[in-house]
Design a protein around this ligand. Structure first.
Ligand code: NAP
Length: 254
């Protein structure tokens, strides 16, 4: 079964972790892909793997905080593949971890730029292409942090991720009449370079795993499966929402 046959998808943060898993999954499901991240070599390796498996992926190396990257990704989707159906805006950064009074303004601005302003910039170009296509699905990777949990030290990260929840509500309301859906995907702790950096010692990892009802971190592919759902026609009536895929970290107290 190919859930994304004939679809064209942009995936940001495709050089690692959740984005890389989503690229593999979306390609297997029949989508043609535009892969975005700063590390070109990692994107090229993934694109080669995808084309060896019989699908197609184009690269747009760049910083998602730059408007030029957002424009180039959509241009690539339209010129190379004929349009855009799906955008998985997933790239993100944790930034520095420090209590509020120790958090630099530079770090605040950096995290907001990469995690939130990037989403606004991307969506402006992506929505335009989806209007021309007659519909589409936008997905933004947010987090349980800033939604149900206030982790100390993560003010900028939490604020940026919470902002995505507001952004998707407005995009959904503005463009629902044009068959464009917008949703936030909120992973729990996930076993990626970012997730491992946040729980860098065996003790820290055990602690973070224990916060989840399932007592473990997610595999990146488990989060990618939820992105596939939001991207697919299976979620045709799902818009403007924040979908927790968090192993129960939001409800667990034991
Ligand atoms: P990851 O393996 O470290 O991947 C992060 C990705 O984002 C990389 O592909 C990185 O690519 C890209 N990226 C970062 N800054 C960028 C920038 N300025 N421009 C372009 N690309 C940039 O981490 P991950 O866990 O898969 O993270 C994916 C998303 O999930 C993030 O939004 C993160 O906040 C969110 N999330 C993660 C967890 C977790 O526990 N892992 C939990 C909740 C939410 P380059 O370095 O090549 O640019």
């Amino acid at each position: 079964m190919t859930q994304l046959a004939g679809k064209v998808a942009i995936i940001t943060g495709a050089s690692s972790g959740i984005g890389q898993a989503a690229a593999r999954l979306f390609a297997r499901q029949g989508a043609r892909l535009v892969l975005v991240a700063r590390r070109e070599a990692a994107l090229a390796e993934l694109a080669a793997e995808i084309s060896a498996a019989g699908s197609e992926a184009a690269l747009v190396p760049g910083d998602v905080a730059e408007e030029a990257t957002a424009a180039a990704a959509v241009k690539m989707a339209v010129e190379r593949f004929g349009g855009l159906d799906i955008a998985f805006n997933n790239a993100g950064t944790m930034g520095e971890s420090a209590p509020l009074t120790g958090l630099s303004v530079e770090n605040w601005r950096y995290v907001l730029d990469v995690n939130l302003t990037s989403a606004f910039l991307a969506a402006r170009y992506q929505v335009q292409a989806m209007l021309e296509r007659g519909g589409g699905s936008l997905i933004f990777t947010s987090s349980f942090v800033g939604h149900t949990v206030g982790f100390p030290g993560m003010a900028a990260y939490a604020a940026s991720k919470a902002g995505l929840g507001g952004l998707v509500q407005v995009i959904a309301a503005e463009y629902g009449p044009h068959n464009i859906r917008a949703n936030a995907l909120l992973p729990g702790g996930t076993d990626t370079p970012m997730g491992r950096a946040a729980a860098a010692t065996p003790e820290a990892r055990q602690y973070v795993e224990g916060l989840h009802a399932l007592k473990r971190l997610a595999e990146p592919m488990e989060i990618a499966q939820a992105a596939l759902y939001l991207a697919s026609d299976g979620a045709s009536f799902v818009t403007g929402t924040s979908l927790l895929v968090d192993g129960g970290v939001s409800i667990s107290r034991g």
